[in-house]
Design a protein around this ligand. Sequence first.
Ligand SMILES: [Zn+2]
Ligand SMILES: [Zn+2]
Length: 235
Amino acid sequence: MTSASVPIESENSRPTPTIEDYLGIIYTLERDGQPVIASRLAEMLDVSAPTVTITLKRMQRDGWIMSGEKKEIRLSSTGQEAAKTVIRRHMLTEWMLSRVLNVPWSQIHEEAHHLEHSISRDVELRLRDSMEDPSFCPHGNPLPGNEALAAAWFPLTECAVGQDVIVRRIHERAEDNQLLLAFLEKNSVLPGHKARILDVLPFNETVRLNIGGEIITLGYSAARQVYVEIVPGST
Ligand SMILES: [Zn+2]
Ligand SMILES: [Zn+2]
């Protein structure tokens, strides 16, 4: 078992669950090149703006974040390491729930969200080994350090009619959307599944696809969360 790539962590200096949630969201927004501002966090965390302001002040005081120009928030290097740690633990827990406990795919994110805060470094390493050191979570989102592997995938809204694609990823943005995940699971819109694009209708904001012989229509807001790769050798 190798542990070189996992930073040493003192459990005493571990952030609280609330701070871990903020760190994870800030990391994901930074990774995607999205602006990290308090109002956006309030919206994503479904809490009031004053609550976010208070928490961010505390995080700055404790060295997890720095505030940059135009109210933009950036992770400090300590904040970045802590964010990567909680994201890794979350994603490994999703695999464990899926593979070991057979929790349905659409429910593992929600369950892992509660468990991730109580995973120790030792359990994380054991999970990593028993889940065979995955590069992606069961939704296809990259574990920190594997982002480049997902860089070429693009959302369904950018597909051309007639393209054969492989579903690769349901973006983190959608993992909180229980109804959407249940719909995708029921209709086999899952990482690794092949689909043919039947139409992309900007005026109607819909994408229609054939997946496993079933015809599925997704609105743009859902289709934007589903990332695909063109089947090698097809046009
Ligand atoms: Zn998740
Ligand atoms: Zn996931």
